[in-house]
Design a protein. Structure first.
Length: 249
């Protein structure tokens, strides 16, 4: 899972490498206490000046069903009338990011047997987002629109903490930017104040197929990392400074 035949060195390594964006949940219930514990741990995400810019709306049962119904109706009847309040992707993606996005489309829709030219089938798959892919719990995450990009960095670390904490409870999750598109639907349903900007949703539950793992590849460390200074260390020194060994010494 981690790559190049290297076994996971700690439980957190296993959780990070084993997490994937689940898009097919069993619907098995998840209790409020579990979600509270996930959020109780996630709140310890790094936050510049301890601003803690996140707010979370937790949905389950009939409340989640009402939100899902409203979003699905908007998607089916008036999707072009809705758009996010922020841009997730650059309008002109440079390489290698454009190639990676195209590869995602081929792998994802290919795994579902959906041709890339089949607009109707792709739309139907997108609509499953708004039912939280069958998950018993859905989160809507917002941020105060008056904050700057640094607070978005904090928010991203909080969201990742939510995903990892869920995995620590044996649950899978899926972060979903597409909820931001329908902020005008969500705002009155959840009493979201005007200063709060809808950033994403998160589905949480148990995967229907627990054996199905990560579909998307990741670039090797050498492709995105530049090291400096380590050339001056001996091989023995490099081994001794591996973080998982430092933790146990």
């Amino acid at each position: 899972m981690i790559g190049q035949g290297v076994a996971a060195q700690s439980r957190i390594d296993e959780i990070i490498a084993g997490r994937f964006a689940c898009r097919d949940f069993s619907g098995a219930p998840v209790g409020r206490g579990t979600i509270e514990q996930i959020l109780r741990v996630a709140r310890f995400a790094p936050s510049g000046a301890n601003i803690q810019p996140w707010h979370v709306y937790v949905l389950a049962g009939p409340a989640k069903d009402r939100v899902s119904a409203a979003l699905r109706e908007a998607h089916e009847t008036a999707r072009d009338a809705h758009m996010s309040e922020y841009s997730y992707y650059a309008s002109d993606l440079p390489e290698p990011y454009l190639q990676r996005r195209q590869e995602f489309g081929r792998l994802f829709y290919g795994s579902l047997g959906i041709a890339q030219a089949d607009i109707e089938a792709r739309s139907a798959q997108t609509a499953k987002n708004y039912a939280f892919f069958g998950a018993p719990v859905g989160l809507i995450v917002t941020i105060d629109r008056r904050l700057e990009v640094g607070s978005w960095l904090d928010l991203g670390m909080f969201v990742q903490n939510v995903l990892l904490a869920a995995a620590g409870h044996g649950l899978q999750s899926c972060p979903q930017e597409t909820f931001s598109r329908y902020h005008r639907i969500l705002r009155p349903l959840l009493s979201i104040p005007t200063e709060q900007l809808v950033v994403c949703g998160i589905s949480i539950g148990r995967a229907r197929d627990e054996t199905r793992g990560r579909l998307m590849p990741r670039a090797d460390v050498a492709e995105f990392t530049s090291f400096a200074g380590f050339e001056e260390q001996s091989a023995t020194q490099r081994e001794r400074t591996r973080p998982w060994e430092a933790e146990t010494n």
